[in-house]
Design a binder for this molecule. Structure first.
Ligand SMILES: Cc1ncc(COP(=O)(O)O)c(C=O)c1O
Length: 437
Protein backbone atom coordinates (compact mmCIF):
# COMPACT_ATOMS: atom_id res chain seq x y z
CA UNK A 1 0.00 0.00 0.00
CA UNK A 2 1.29 3.42 -0.91
CA UNK A 3 2.05 5.88 1.88
CA UNK A 4 -0.77 8.09 0.66
CA UNK A 5 -3.27 5.21 0.77
CA UNK A 6 -2.09 4.23 4.27
CA UNK A 7 -2.63 7.81 5.51
CA UNK A 8 -6.11 7.89 3.96
CA UNK A 9 -6.95 4.58 5.68
CA UNK A 10 -5.82 5.92 9.07
CA UNK A 11 -7.90 9.05 8.50
CA UNK A 12 -10.96 6.95 7.68
CA UNK A 13 -10.44 4.81 10.78
CA UNK A 14 -10.29 7.97 12.92
CA UNK A 15 -13.46 9.26 11.31
CA UNK A 16 -15.30 6.00 12.03
CA UNK A 17 -13.95 5.95 15.59
CA UNK A 18 -15.04 9.51 16.28
CA UNK A 19 -18.59 9.03 14.95
CA UNK A 20 -19.36 5.92 17.04
CA UNK A 21 -20.22 6.70 20.66
CA UNK A 22 -19.22 4.32 23.41
CA UNK A 23 -22.77 4.90 24.70
CA UNK A 24 -24.77 3.91 21.61
CA UNK A 25 -26.45 1.15 23.62
CA UNK A 26 -27.95 3.63 26.10
CA UNK A 27 -31.72 3.45 25.73
CA UNK A 28 -33.87 6.55 25.46
CA UNK A 29 -35.66 6.91 28.79
CA UNK A 30 -39.37 7.81 28.82
CA UNK A 31 -40.09 11.43 29.82
CA UNK A 32 -41.15 12.07 33.42
CA UNK A 33 -44.93 11.67 33.47
CA UNK A 34 -45.69 14.86 35.39
CA UNK A 35 -43.38 17.05 33.33
CA UNK A 36 -44.79 15.53 30.12
CA UNK A 37 -48.30 16.51 31.22
CA UNK A 38 -47.23 20.09 31.89
CA UNK A 39 -45.52 20.32 28.47
CA UNK A 40 -48.67 19.04 26.71
CA UNK A 41 -50.84 21.44 28.73
CA UNK A 42 -48.57 24.40 27.90
CA UNK A 43 -48.78 23.55 24.19
CA UNK A 44 -52.60 23.34 24.28
CA UNK A 45 -54.19 26.48 22.77
CA UNK A 46 -57.65 25.97 24.32
CA UNK A 47 -58.89 28.71 26.66
CA UNK A 48 -60.70 26.06 28.71
CA UNK A 49 -57.63 23.99 29.47
CA UNK A 50 -57.14 22.73 33.03
CA UNK A 51 -53.92 21.28 34.46
CA UNK A 52 -54.60 18.83 37.27
CA UNK A 53 -51.30 17.03 36.87
CA UNK A 54 -48.70 19.14 38.62
CA UNK A 55 -48.41 18.90 42.40
CA UNK A 56 -47.91 22.59 43.09
CA UNK A 57 -50.31 25.02 44.76
CA UNK A 58 -52.25 27.47 42.62
CA UNK A 59 -54.39 30.31 43.96
CA UNK A 60 -58.02 30.81 43.02
CA UNK A 61 -57.00 32.49 39.78
CA UNK A 62 -54.86 29.48 38.84
CA UNK A 63 -51.56 31.25 39.51
CA UNK A 64 -48.56 30.13 41.58
CA UNK A 65 -48.66 31.86 44.97
CA UNK A 66 -45.69 33.36 46.77
CA UNK A 67 -46.65 33.28 50.44
CA UNK A 68 -46.83 36.84 51.85
CA UNK A 69 -44.76 35.69 54.83
CA UNK A 70 -42.06 34.42 52.45
CA UNK A 71 -41.97 37.85 50.79
CA UNK A 72 -41.47 39.44 54.21
CA UNK A 73 -38.67 37.04 55.14
CA UNK A 74 -37.07 37.69 51.77
CA UNK A 75 -37.11 41.46 52.41
CA UNK A 76 -35.55 40.93 55.87
CA UNK A 77 -32.76 38.84 54.35
CA UNK A 78 -32.09 41.41 51.63
CA UNK A 79 -31.71 44.14 54.25
CA UNK A 80 -29.39 42.06 56.41
CA UNK A 81 -25.93 43.48 55.75
CA UNK A 82 -24.29 40.74 57.79
CA UNK A 83 -25.23 38.03 55.29
CA UNK A 84 -22.72 36.76 52.79
CA UNK A 85 -22.49 33.88 50.32
CA UNK A 86 -20.15 31.66 52.31
CA UNK A 87 -20.77 27.90 52.39
CA UNK A 88 -23.19 26.58 54.98
CA UNK A 89 -21.94 23.79 57.26
CA UNK A 90 -22.26 20.29 55.72
CA UNK A 91 -25.30 19.57 57.91
CA UNK A 92 -26.91 22.86 56.90
CA UNK A 93 -28.03 26.00 58.70
CA UNK A 94 -28.29 25.12 62.42
CA UNK A 95 -31.14 27.59 63.13
CA UNK A 96 -33.05 25.91 60.28
CA UNK A 97 -32.43 22.28 61.23
CA UNK A 98 -33.24 22.96 64.88
CA UNK A 99 -36.50 24.74 64.03
CA UNK A 100 -37.35 21.93 61.58
CA UNK A 101 -36.93 19.35 64.33
CA UNK A 102 -39.23 21.36 66.62
CA UNK A 103 -41.81 21.53 63.83
CA UNK A 104 -41.74 17.82 63.11
CA UNK A 105 -41.37 16.44 66.64
CA UNK A 106 -43.03 19.20 68.69
CA UNK A 107 -41.40 21.89 70.83
CA UNK A 108 -41.58 19.66 73.94
CA UNK A 109 -40.17 16.59 72.26
CA UNK A 110 -38.25 14.38 74.68
CA UNK A 111 -36.14 13.09 71.77
CA UNK A 112 -34.97 16.66 71.08
CA UNK A 113 -34.24 17.29 74.76
CA UNK A 114 -32.23 14.07 74.95
CA UNK A 115 -30.26 14.96 71.78
CA UNK A 116 -31.38 11.74 70.12
CA UNK A 117 -32.10 13.31 66.74
CA UNK A 118 -29.55 13.70 63.94
CA UNK A 119 -30.86 16.48 61.66
CA UNK A 120 -29.36 17.52 58.35
CA UNK A 121 -30.61 20.04 55.82
CA UNK A 122 -31.42 18.34 52.51
CA UNK A 123 -32.27 19.12 48.90
CA UNK A 124 -35.98 19.35 49.67
CA UNK A 125 -37.99 16.18 50.39
CA UNK A 126 -36.46 14.26 47.50
CA UNK A 127 -32.97 14.84 48.87
CA UNK A 128 -34.05 13.77 52.35
CA UNK A 129 -35.52 10.56 50.91
CA UNK A 130 -32.31 9.91 49.03
CA UNK A 131 -30.09 10.55 52.06
CA UNK A 132 -32.25 8.18 54.10
CA UNK A 133 -32.23 5.45 51.44
CA UNK A 134 -28.48 5.78 50.97
CA UNK A 135 -27.84 5.64 54.70
CA UNK A 136 -30.04 2.56 55.12
CA UNK A 137 -28.32 0.81 52.21
CA UNK A 138 -24.94 1.37 53.84
CA UNK A 139 -25.64 1.02 57.53
CA UNK A 140 -28.79 -1.00 58.16
CA UNK A 141 -27.90 -4.64 58.65
CA UNK A 142 -26.29 -5.99 55.45
CA UNK A 143 -27.78 -3.27 53.22
CA UNK A 144 -30.06 -5.84 51.62
CA UNK A 145 -32.99 -5.55 54.02
CA UNK A 146 -36.09 -5.04 51.87
CA UNK A 147 -37.94 -1.76 51.80
CA UNK A 148 -41.73 -1.88 51.43
CA UNK A 149 -43.49 0.89 49.51
CA UNK A 150 -47.22 1.54 49.49
CA UNK A 151 -49.09 0.50 46.36
CA UNK A 152 -49.45 3.04 44.83
CA UNK A 153 -46.85 5.55 45.97
CA UNK A 154 -45.07 8.70 44.79
CA UNK A 155 -43.29 7.45 41.66
CA UNK A 156 -39.92 8.82 42.74
CA UNK A 157 -39.77 6.51 45.79
CA UNK A 158 -39.07 3.51 43.55
CA UNK A 159 -36.34 5.30 41.61
CA UNK A 160 -34.67 6.58 44.78
CA UNK A 161 -34.53 3.13 46.42
CA UNK A 162 -33.57 1.38 43.17
CA UNK A 163 -30.61 3.74 42.86
CA UNK A 164 -29.20 2.41 46.12
CA UNK A 165 -29.95 -1.23 45.21
CA UNK A 166 -32.21 -2.03 48.15
CA UNK A 167 -34.72 -4.84 47.35
CA UNK A 168 -38.19 -3.34 46.97
CA UNK A 169 -41.63 -4.74 47.68
CA UNK A 170 -45.14 -3.28 47.66
CA UNK A 171 -47.62 -3.29 50.49
CA UNK A 172 -51.36 -2.95 49.74
CA UNK A 173 -52.64 0.54 50.50
CA UNK A 174 -55.55 1.68 48.37
CA UNK A 175 -58.83 -0.19 48.36
CA UNK A 176 -60.27 0.31 44.87
CA UNK A 177 -63.84 -0.49 45.90
CA UNK A 178 -64.08 1.80 48.94
CA UNK A 179 -61.50 4.25 47.58
CA UNK A 180 -60.16 4.30 51.12
CA UNK A 181 -57.36 2.61 53.03
CA UNK A 182 -56.88 -1.15 52.69
CA UNK A 183 -55.93 -1.44 56.35
CA UNK A 184 -56.30 -5.24 56.46
CA UNK A 185 -54.06 -5.70 53.42
CA UNK A 186 -51.51 -3.29 54.85
CA UNK A 187 -51.39 -4.96 58.26
CA UNK A 188 -51.15 -8.45 56.84
CA UNK A 189 -48.26 -7.39 54.55
CA UNK A 190 -46.51 -6.06 57.65
CA UNK A 191 -47.17 -9.34 59.46
CA UNK A 192 -45.75 -11.45 56.68
CA UNK A 193 -42.69 -9.28 55.91
CA UNK A 194 -39.38 -10.50 57.34
CA UNK A 195 -38.66 -9.06 60.79
CA UNK A 196 -36.84 -5.74 60.71
CA UNK A 197 -38.00 -4.74 57.19
CA UNK A 198 -38.09 -1.08 56.24
CA UNK A 199 -41.58 0.36 55.73
CA UNK A 200 -41.86 3.66 53.94
CA UNK A 201 -44.98 5.42 55.22
CA UNK A 202 -46.40 8.76 54.10
CA UNK A 203 -46.73 10.77 57.33
CA UNK A 204 -49.78 12.65 56.01
CA UNK A 205 -51.57 13.49 52.75
CA UNK A 206 -50.59 10.28 50.96
CA UNK A 207 -49.45 10.88 47.38
CA UNK A 208 -51.11 9.90 45.04
CA UNK A 209 -54.27 8.70 46.81
CA UNK A 210 -55.04 11.42 49.38
CA UNK A 211 -55.98 8.57 51.75
CA UNK A 212 -54.44 8.63 55.24
CA UNK A 213 -54.77 6.17 58.13
CA UNK A 214 -56.93 7.41 61.00
CA UNK A 215 -55.21 7.76 64.38
CA UNK A 216 -56.65 4.38 65.44
CA UNK A 217 -55.24 2.80 62.32
CA UNK A 218 -51.83 4.38 62.98
CA UNK A 219 -51.91 2.73 66.41
CA UNK A 220 -52.54 -0.65 64.78
CA UNK A 221 -49.74 -0.05 62.29
CA UNK A 222 -47.35 0.87 65.12
CA UNK A 223 -48.38 -2.25 67.10
CA UNK A 224 -47.46 -4.60 64.26
CA UNK A 225 -44.30 -2.70 63.40
CA UNK A 226 -43.14 -2.81 67.00
CA UNK A 227 -43.80 -6.54 67.31
CA UNK A 228 -42.06 -7.26 64.00
CA UNK A 229 -39.26 -4.77 64.76
CA UNK A 230 -39.83 -3.07 61.39
CA UNK A 231 -38.11 0.22 60.69
CA UNK A 232 -40.45 3.20 60.02
CA UNK A 233 -39.27 5.53 57.28
CA UNK A 234 -41.66 8.48 57.34
CA UNK A 235 -41.93 10.74 54.33
CA UNK A 236 -43.62 13.98 55.38
CA UNK A 237 -43.96 16.33 52.43
CA UNK A 238 -47.20 18.05 53.44
CA UNK A 239 -47.16 18.92 57.16
CA UNK A 240 -49.66 21.72 57.72
CA UNK A 241 -50.57 21.79 54.06
CA UNK A 242 -52.95 18.86 54.40
CA UNK A 243 -55.33 19.96 57.16
CA UNK A 244 -53.98 23.41 58.01
CA UNK A 245 -53.07 22.01 61.43
CA UNK A 246 -49.38 21.25 62.01
CA UNK A 247 -50.03 18.94 64.96
CA UNK A 248 -52.74 16.97 63.24
CA UNK A 249 -50.58 16.45 60.16
CA UNK A 250 -47.55 15.68 62.33
CA UNK A 251 -49.44 13.31 64.65
CA UNK A 252 -48.04 10.08 63.21
CA UNK A 253 -44.43 11.28 63.53
CA UNK A 254 -44.86 12.30 67.14
CA UNK A 255 -46.76 9.14 67.98
CA UNK A 256 -44.08 6.85 66.53
CA UNK A 257 -41.37 8.74 68.41
CA UNK A 258 -43.35 8.48 71.67
CA UNK A 259 -43.65 4.74 71.11
CA UNK A 260 -39.85 4.54 71.17
CA UNK A 261 -39.13 3.60 67.53
CA UNK A 262 -35.85 4.44 65.87
CA UNK A 263 -36.96 6.10 62.67
CA UNK A 264 -36.27 8.42 59.79
CA UNK A 265 -38.32 11.50 58.93
CA UNK A 266 -38.03 13.27 55.56
CA UNK A 267 -39.35 16.81 55.64
CA UNK A 268 -40.11 19.06 52.67
CA UNK A 269 -40.85 22.79 52.65
CA UNK A 270 -41.88 22.76 48.98
CA UNK A 271 -45.62 22.74 49.64
CA UNK A 272 -46.12 24.25 53.09
CA UNK A 273 -43.90 27.25 52.29
CA UNK A 274 -44.42 27.25 48.53
CA UNK A 275 -40.63 27.03 48.12
CA UNK A 276 -40.71 24.34 45.42
CA UNK A 277 -37.73 25.45 43.33
CA UNK A 278 -35.60 26.54 46.27
CA UNK A 279 -35.19 22.91 47.36
CA UNK A 280 -35.59 23.26 51.12
CA UNK A 281 -35.93 20.13 53.22
CA UNK A 282 -34.64 18.39 56.28
CA UNK A 283 -33.62 14.85 57.12
CA UNK A 284 -33.98 13.54 60.67
CA UNK A 285 -32.83 10.28 62.21
CA UNK A 286 -34.32 9.63 65.63
CA UNK A 287 -32.16 7.21 67.55
CA UNK A 288 -32.27 5.45 70.92
CA UNK A 289 -29.59 7.59 72.52
CA UNK A 290 -27.50 10.71 71.99
CA UNK A 291 -24.29 8.77 71.40
CA UNK A 292 -25.76 6.77 68.48
CA UNK A 293 -27.40 9.89 67.02
CA UNK A 294 -24.01 11.61 67.03
CA UNK A 295 -22.33 8.71 65.22
CA UNK A 296 -25.16 8.49 62.68
CA UNK A 297 -24.95 12.20 61.99
CA UNK A 298 -21.20 11.98 61.42
CA UNK A 299 -21.72 9.25 58.80
CA UNK A 300 -24.54 11.06 57.03
CA UNK A 301 -22.39 14.17 56.92
CA UNK A 302 -19.84 12.17 54.94
CA UNK A 303 -22.55 11.01 52.52
CA UNK A 304 -23.81 14.58 52.17
CA UNK A 305 -20.29 15.93 51.62
CA UNK A 306 -19.62 13.49 48.79
CA UNK A 307 -22.85 14.34 46.99
CA UNK A 308 -23.64 18.02 47.47
CA UNK A 309 -20.82 19.19 49.74
CA UNK A 310 -23.19 21.50 51.59
CA UNK A 311 -26.82 22.47 51.08
CA UNK A 312 -28.08 25.71 49.48
CA UNK A 313 -28.56 28.68 51.79
CA UNK A 314 -31.36 30.88 50.47
CA UNK A 315 -34.48 28.78 51.06
CA UNK A 316 -33.25 27.55 54.43
CA UNK A 317 -32.70 31.15 55.54
CA UNK A 318 -36.26 32.03 54.50
CA UNK A 319 -37.75 29.13 56.47
CA UNK A 320 -35.49 29.75 59.46
CA UNK A 321 -36.44 33.45 59.52
CA UNK A 322 -40.14 32.56 59.65
CA UNK A 323 -39.95 29.63 62.07
CA UNK A 324 -37.76 31.53 64.54
CA UNK A 325 -39.77 34.74 64.63
CA UNK A 326 -43.00 34.71 66.62
CA UNK A 327 -44.84 37.29 64.51
CA UNK A 328 -43.81 35.73 61.21
CA UNK A 329 -44.54 32.24 62.47
CA UNK A 330 -48.02 33.38 63.50
CA UNK A 331 -48.56 34.83 60.06
CA UNK A 332 -47.59 31.52 58.47
CA UNK A 333 -49.53 29.46 60.98
CA UNK A 334 -51.50 30.53 63.99
CA UNK A 335 -52.99 28.04 66.28
CA UNK A 336 -55.69 30.30 67.57
CA UNK A 337 -59.42 30.36 67.94
CA UNK A 338 -59.32 33.83 66.46
CA UNK A 339 -58.16 32.39 63.20
CA UNK A 340 -61.54 32.81 61.49
CA UNK A 341 -61.15 36.58 61.87
CA UNK A 342 -57.63 36.55 60.56
CA UNK A 343 -58.19 34.01 57.81
CA UNK A 344 -56.51 36.08 55.12
CA UNK A 345 -53.23 36.35 56.97
CA UNK A 346 -52.80 32.67 57.85
CA UNK A 347 -50.76 31.62 54.85
CA UNK A 348 -50.74 27.91 55.56
CA UNK A 349 -54.44 27.78 56.22
CA UNK A 350 -55.21 29.89 53.18
CA UNK A 351 -53.71 27.14 51.00
CA UNK A 352 -55.03 24.12 52.84
CA UNK A 353 -58.52 25.55 53.24
CA UNK A 354 -58.79 26.63 49.62
CA UNK A 355 -58.08 23.01 48.70
CA UNK A 356 -60.56 21.66 51.25
CA UNK A 357 -63.11 24.14 49.88
CA UNK A 358 -62.47 22.90 46.31
CA UNK A 359 -63.06 19.31 47.45
CA UNK A 360 -66.43 20.36 48.86
CA UNK A 361 -67.39 22.34 45.75
CA UNK A 362 -66.45 19.47 43.45
CA UNK A 363 -68.45 17.05 45.58
CA UNK A 364 -71.45 19.41 45.54
CA UNK A 365 -71.33 19.68 41.75
CA UNK A 366 -71.30 15.88 41.40
CA UNK A 367 -74.28 15.69 43.75
CA UNK A 368 -76.17 18.34 41.82
CA UNK A 369 -75.45 16.67 38.49
CA UNK A 370 -76.33 13.25 39.87
CA UNK A 371 -73.06 11.92 38.48
CA UNK A 372 -73.14 8.11 38.55
CA UNK A 373 -71.06 6.54 41.32
CA UNK A 374 -70.22 7.59 44.87
CA UNK A 375 -68.11 10.68 45.44
CA UNK A 376 -67.59 10.93 49.22
CA UNK A 377 -63.96 9.97 48.67
CA UNK A 378 -63.42 13.45 47.20
CA UNK A 379 -64.12 15.05 50.58
CA UNK A 380 -62.79 12.15 52.67
CA UNK A 381 -59.36 12.26 51.02
CA UNK A 382 -56.91 14.91 52.13
CA UNK A 383 -54.05 17.04 50.84
CA UNK A 384 -53.00 18.03 47.37
CA UNK A 385 -54.18 14.92 45.54
CA UNK A 386 -57.29 12.92 44.98
CA UNK A 387 -57.64 9.50 43.42
CA UNK A 388 -60.85 10.10 41.49
CA UNK A 389 -61.50 6.54 40.36
CA UNK A 390 -61.52 7.62 36.69
CA UNK A 391 -60.04 4.96 34.43
CA UNK A 392 -57.37 5.36 31.73
CA UNK A 393 -59.92 5.66 28.91
CA UNK A 394 -61.88 8.35 30.74
CA UNK A 395 -58.66 10.24 31.49
CA UNK A 396 -57.77 10.14 27.77
CA UNK A 397 -61.21 11.44 26.79
CA UNK A 398 -61.00 14.28 29.29
CA UNK A 399 -57.74 15.36 27.70
CA UNK A 400 -58.82 14.94 24.08
CA UNK A 401 -62.31 16.41 24.35
CA UNK A 402 -62.14 18.81 27.29
CA UNK A 403 -58.44 19.82 27.48
CA UNK A 404 -58.26 18.54 31.06
CA UNK A 405 -54.88 17.09 32.01
CA UNK A 406 -54.19 14.54 34.76
CA UNK A 407 -52.13 11.39 35.30
CA UNK A 408 -53.30 8.15 33.64
CA UNK A 409 -54.23 6.63 37.00
CA UNK A 410 -56.97 9.23 37.54
CA UNK A 411 -55.08 11.25 40.13
CA UNK A 412 -55.93 14.94 40.19
CA UNK A 413 -54.16 17.78 41.92
CA UNK A 414 -56.92 19.61 43.76
CA UNK A 415 -54.78 22.76 43.61
CA UNK A 416 -55.48 22.95 39.87
CA UNK A 417 -59.18 23.51 40.56
CA UNK A 418 -60.57 26.95 41.29
CA UNK A 419 -63.86 28.87 41.30
CA UNK A 420 -63.66 29.38 37.53
CA UNK A 421 -63.03 25.79 36.44
CA UNK A 422 -64.46 23.45 39.10
CA UNK A 423 -67.93 23.33 37.51
CA UNK A 424 -66.45 22.84 34.03
CA UNK A 425 -64.38 19.95 35.38
CA UNK A 426 -67.36 18.36 37.18
CA UNK A 427 -69.54 18.57 34.05
CA UNK A 428 -66.78 17.09 31.87
CA UNK A 429 -66.31 14.18 34.29
CA UNK A 430 -70.07 13.69 34.48
CA UNK A 431 -70.34 13.49 30.68
CA UNK A 432 -67.38 11.14 30.28
CA UNK A 433 -68.70 8.80 32.97
CA UNK A 434 -72.19 8.71 31.46
CA UNK A 435 -70.73 8.00 27.99
CA UNK A 436 -68.71 5.07 29.31
CA UNK A 437 -71.61 3.56 31.26
C1 LIG B 1 -44.76 11.85 48.97
C2 LIG B 1 -43.75 12.86 48.55
N1 LIG B 1 -42.53 12.82 49.05
C3 LIG B 1 -41.61 13.71 48.74
C4 LIG B 1 -41.87 14.72 47.85
C5 LIG B 1 -40.74 15.64 47.61
O1 LIG B 1 -40.88 16.79 46.95
P1 LIG B 1 -39.75 17.88 46.99
O2 LIG B 1 -38.46 17.21 46.66
O3 LIG B 1 -40.17 18.84 45.95
O4 LIG B 1 -39.73 18.44 48.36
C6 LIG B 1 -43.14 14.82 47.26
C7 LIG B 1 -43.48 15.84 46.27
O5 LIG B 1 -44.31 15.71 45.42
C8 LIG B 1 -44.11 13.87 47.64
O6 LIG B 1 -45.35 13.92 47.16
Amino acid sequence: MSREAANRLTQLKHQIMSSVSAFEAVELAPPDVIFEITAAYDADQSTNKVNLGVGAYRDDSGKPWVLPVVKKADAILRDDKSLDHEYLPIAGLPSFTEASARLAFGGDSVAIKEHRIASLQSISGTGANHLGALFMSKFYKDGKTPCYLSNPTWANHKQIWNNVSVPLFDYPYFHTKTRGLDIDGLLSAMESAADGSIFLLHGCAHNPTGVDPTQDQWVKIADVMERKRHFPFLDVAYQGFASGDLDKDGWAIQYFVERGFELIVCQSYAKNFGLYGERVGCFHFVSKNAETAKKIKSQIEILQRSEISNPPAYGARIVSTVLNDKALFNEWYLESYAFEFRYRCQNLREMSHRIIDMRQKLFNHFQKLGTPGTWNHITDQIGMFSFTGLNGLQVKKLRAEFHIYMTQNGRISMAGLNSSNVEYFAKAVDQVIRESN
